[in-house]
Design a protein around this ligand. Structure first.
Ligand code: URA
Length: 234
């Protein structure tokens, strides 16, 4: 059993005090009965707000705006991990980052305790787009765009087609769309063309974009509806 305000805050992405207000106003029911400020709920309870049923995620899904300097691991002897960045109340057993971002990469990192889901969004076969922006030390050209799009040979790997386009007409500020995630992939793809990635940021996974109100280092729960946006591109 969990406190109802905590569940509402998690599932609706609102603050605990906003959740308490909803309960106080009489907007919330648990299994058809009006909730009160000390109500608790279980995973299979039916919760409704203003008559609309709230779907509960069985597992936890967290969106973190990863800052530079944190490692995408659950523990590390000397470095700060992405788990260390979570507020105490969000930490729970079994949480891990679904996919890694390099230590110096910023942006959308998804943390979950749902192994099956993590596997499905990372599998290249599932075609979930991972969208990044990058600042480069040199401009891109058509040949590089074609190499990204046609499926690049990188060392021993033949990569899937990747998107590459400029942002605001600036040839050194680009958007990259990947469907897989091999080690240092974007940096190595540009390195092949003699370009260094100066800054890298992940902005979306599938159709779910990083919440622009999250400052670097901040995190929040992903709601049931939002989770549905992380879908294959075809
Ligand atoms: N590609 C990289 O090179 N680094 C990342 O962190 C993610 C994709």
């Amino acid at each position: 059993m969990q406190r109802l305000d905590k569940t509402l805050s998690k599932e609706l992405n609102i603050s605990r005090s906003e959740a308490k207000q909803l309960i106080k106003k009489g907007s919330v029911k648990v299994n058809g009965a009006l909730a009160s400020s000390d109500s608790k709920c279980a995973e299979d309870d039916v919760i409704s707000v203003n008559g609309k049923e709230i779907k509960q995620n069985k597992f936890v899904y967290i969106m973190l705006n990863k800052p530079q300097g944190a490692v995408s691991a659950t523990e590390d002897k000397s470095e700060k991990t992405v788990i260390d960045l979570l507020p105490e109340e969000m930490r729970r057993k079994g949480l891990f980052p679904a996919g890694r971002l390099d230590k110096d990469t910023t942006g959308f990192l998804l943390l979950t305790d749902d192994g099956e889901f993590a596997h499905s969004i990372l599998s290249p076969k599932k075609h979930i787009d991972k969208i990044y922006t990058a600042r480069l030390d040199k401009p891109i050209n058509e040949d590089i765009i074609n190499d990204f799009e046609s499926g690049m040979q990188l060392g021993d790997s033949l990569l899937q087609s990747a998107g590459l386009e400029t942002i605001d007409g600036d040839n050194t500020f680009v958007k990259i769309t990947l469907r897989e995630g091999i080690y240092h992939q974007i940096k190595r793809m540009f390195k092949k063309h003699g370009i260094t990635v100066v800054e890298l940021r992940r902005i979306a996974m599938g159709g779910l974009f990083l919440d622009s109100s999250l400052k670097e280092g901040e995190s929040r729960y992903i709601t049931f509806e939002e989770l549905g946006k992380i879908k294959p591109s075809k």
